[in-house]
Design a protein around this ligand. Structure first.
Ligand code: SF4
Length: 495
């Protein structure tokens, strides 16, 4: 889910926060008491995928009910009076990440519409790469858009479809969109889950209660755990799962193609206690650290993670290198995003609000810092500086992803390419800029080895890794469609 703005070609977001952000998490429940409350719990477990807005649409005896708000799930749905307004045994919900100023309530999902066939609610994780072209065409045909999100094109494509059934209309709509999408949708007769043909974004199916008649769809397994649902399986790339009173059935309307699951989910986005595509994220991150240590070992006294996402990789690194693992940086979990800080002086202090040096673990030591990625480099620079000020003798930075040289167009908030440090500088220059004694990234092959492959197979990578390679597997139609801006846009985005 990404917003279509007057400058739609940019990857979503251009804030000063120096990290990648997941754009959304989705959750759905079918045939369970207190479906909305379960959905609120599921969204809480998926809070890391979007912190700026949430919504739930429930389906009860009196029809659909909706509640949406800006802020964290607990703030929006923590009030019993709100939950009482969302009765029913089925619900869908959505967490949203968006850039400041564009977080309007009208863009908060799930989107809901009344069609001739009844009510329909849909929540989307991902980003459509031809949404602008579709939107222009739909507007010319008289469609009135209520929001500025790309996800709304699903609603209009379903509305104007000439097919009779909801499922056929949905398939008709899906065949017209390009991009990354995991959807949960709800109508009078069914809960529906969909993954795009390449399966870029995750979606899992779970079962509640054991009797086999209550079902859950969620972006990650950690959201199944919180509601006590048993993991059944991943929804497959290109699969539509229809859950109704007859159980679960599956439709695969797309020609088979190799999948391209987002490899960055393993590095950073997914919660470490989730199992993604059959692979535990925590274990994978430790193996990434192990590969990183094999590739770029250096003499040092301690291995220190940049918390939180650097922790499992640093553990893997320390084990492989035989160097003590220490929590030399402590994270304050009660601080919001740095970019809300109003003045330059305060903004400069931002990293210290989030991270503090544990001086006793750093003083006089040669330190290996392990982090998940370098985006703009501003945070890395501040952290290296902080560790030196705490008395470290040497600071060696190790990164558990390859250099991020390209923007993501498939649902992750990244800066434009010219703001990515690795797009403009080689590793030696980057080390100098962030002030580290040495800097190394895991290689692309090393990352694939951590996932159980021999290395990256260029003909069939099996994962999306476009932000490291520029190999965009899904057409960037909106980018391509504007000839007058094409040279600058292609240069900007490295395609
Ligand atoms: Fe994930 Fe990067 Fe591909 Fe985006 S470009 S989907 S972040 S691997």
């Amino acid at each position: 889910m990404t917003e279509l703005t007057t400058h739609p070609f940019q990857p979503a977001g251009d804030d000063a926060d120096d990290a990648f952000h997941e754009e959304c998490g989705v959750f759905g429940v079918w045939n369970a008491p207190d479906a909305a409350a379960l959905t609120a719990l599921g969204l809480h477990a998926l809070q890391h995928r979007g912190q700026e807005a949430s919504g739930i649409v429930s389906l009860g005896e009196k029809g659909f009910r909706s509640h949406k708000g800006l802020g964290l799930v607990g703030d929006i749905f923590g009030d019993a009076r709100v939950m009482a307004m969302l009765p029913g045994r089925a619900a869908v919900g959505h967490n949203r990440y968006a850039t400041a100023g564009e977080t309007a309530l009208r863009n908060v999902q799930p989107l809901y519409a009344d069609f001739a066939f009844g009510g329909f609610a849909v929540a989307h994780n991902g980003n459509l790469t031809n949404a602008l072209a579709l939107r222009h065409s739909l507007v010319r045909r008289g469609c009135l858009f209520q929001s500025s999100t790309d996800s709304e094109v699903f609603v209009h494509l379903i509305a104007i479809s000439l097919y009779a059934t909801v499922l056929d209309r949905l398939i008709d709509a899906l065949k017209q969109v390009d991009g990354a999408y995991s959807l949960v949708a709800l109508h009078d007769g069914a809960l529906i889950g969909v993954r795009d043909p390449l399966g870029v974004r995750p979606l899992v199916l779970g079962r509640l209660g054991g009797e086999g008649k209550s079902w859950v769809l969620a972006s990650e397994t950690c959201a199944l755990d919180i509601v006590g649902a048993e993991f059944v399986r991943d929804v497959e790339p290109g699969e539509i799962v229809i859950i109704d009173h007859d159980g679960v059935r599956s439709v695969k309307p797309f020609a088979h193609t190799s999948s391209r699951f987002c490899i960055f989910e393993y590095v950073y986005f997914a919660r470490p206690d989730s199992v993604v595509e059959g692979t535990p994220v925590y274990e994978t991150r430790k193996r990434i650290g192990l590969e990183l240590a094999r590739e770029s070992g250096v003499d040092a006294d301690v291995v220190v993670p940049v918390p939180d996402s650097g922790v499992p990789s640093a553990m893997g690194y320390a084990t492989e290198a035989g160097i003590p693992f220490e929590l030399g940086i402590i994270r304050n979990h009660y601080v919001g995003r740095t970019f809300i800080e109003p003045t330059d002086t305060i903004r400069h202090l931002g990293v210290k609000l989030k991270h503090s040096a544990n001086r006793a673990m750093l003083q006089g030591k040669r330190v290996i810092l392990v982090d998940d990625s370098i985006v703009r480099g501003t945070t890395s620079k501040k952290i290296v500086e902080m560790v030196r000020q705490a008395g470290a003798k040497e600071v060696h930075m190790r990164i558990s992803s390859p250099p991020t040289t390209h923007s993501c167009f498939y649902g992750i908030d990244t800066p434009e390419r010219d703001k990515l440090l690795a797009a403009k500088h080689d590793v030696a220059e980057m080390a100098r800029i962030i002030g580290a004694d040495s800097l190394a990234f895991i290689s692309l092959d090393g990352l694939y080895r951590a996932l159980g492959r021999k290395g990256r197979d260029a003909k069939d990578p099996g994962y999306c890794d476009a932000c490291f390679t520029g190999d965009y597997a899904i057409p960037l139609t909106d980018l391509e469609g504007h000839a007058e801006r094409r040279p600058a846009l292609l240069a900007l985005n490295g395609v």
